[in-house]
Ligand binder design. Sequence first.
Ligand code: NAD
Ligand code: MG
Length: 393
Amino acid sequence: TRGQAVRSVSVLGATGSVGQSTIDLICRNRDAFTVEALTAQTNVAALAEAARRTGARLAVIGDANLYDDLCAALAGTGIEAAAGPDAIVAAAAMPADCVVAAIVGAAGLAPTLEAARQGRRLALANKECLVSAGDVFMSTVADAGCELLPVDSEHSGALQALAGASAESIERITLTASGGPFRTWSLDELQHVTPEQALRHPNWSMGAKITIDSATLMNKGLELIEAYHLFPVTAEQLGAVVHPQSIIHCLVSYIDGSVMAQMACPDMRTPIALALSWPGRMAAPTQRLDLASIGQLSFEAPDEVRFPALKLARDALTRGATAPAILSAANEVAVEAFLSRRIGFLDIARNVADALEAAEKQGLIAPAANLGDVLEADSAGRRLAQSLLGRYV
Ligand code: NAD
Ligand code: MG
């Protein structure tokens, strides 16, 4: 079934930034795709609008209290409505040629794994899922014969720059990072960053959580872990380089000294289009790359003193077992606490480091054999991060 043309599509997290970009591509190609299920957590109006525009068969709202609102919004359309977390998992199990997994955070774990179990194509945006479930996720994918395609732009770039290369021929995979809005700020300045400043990303327009992760560089750390699971490389063969223009998304270096770079203007519709049409290509209405007008592409090493999150993620990858699950869960708590002004910007990485240290001391970092183990590590990471928040005020 690999590389077969995609017709029917479901989108988990249809009202988010990646979800809306996916809906946009589908609506511009109405004859090429049919839509099965769309899901969202709370935004009934946007979900109903996406379902109407795409002619979806089913729309699911995660917050069960909003079921009546969803039914009202879909009245007369013939689109089926459902609500609650179990209904989202059921939507993920609905047969579709491709499920786009675009829920944010570990909340996407159960539905994304369910989509993988279909054994068809999974277009993965929900990186936290792969970071925390790692081996469990990849063995589910392998057992089901699922075709896993990355939506994350760097990993989509790697897929293209790899062009089916054998593992022995790859020397290194380097992900680029924009460096975020505070690339040139001093540690002292970083101390006073507000959520409003951190939510203003220079190159990409994305959901709040990943925008903060981009500002701390935790996003790049999560992506290194994601790349470790997706591609045949060791942790030592993975690296990151800061590239403020976000034109090159990934570099693959080969043993003969050749380096393949994937370039595109920063717009998620390019990698989403590839995940929908792989190994072919579909048109995407993005800005075209004009190198002469951009003038210069620049690069610098990431600064792990001002941005310690990158090293935390790398260390969690090396530590293995449930360390990445605890890192990711603690980070979700810390980002939320920063956005609600309970802790400062630099406290995000501190909180994650402290939660990991506490987990290690309490013997909570252990091999994960199944989803239950991953979920347990996820709650431990949340509980520890939450309990430590008081330290930073
Ligand atoms: P977003 O916040 O814009 O959207 C999140 C979506 O998930 C929404 O549809 C929301 O309704 C749904 N959701 C939120 N909480 C939920 C819950 N508890 N249960 C079920 N559904 C829930 O996020 P986004 O920026 O679109 O990112 C989605 C995922 O894609 C993230 O994992 C992110 O790291 C990844 N990603 C995003 C981008 C981007 O450009 N936005 C790029 C690469 C990767
Ligand atoms: Mg990315």
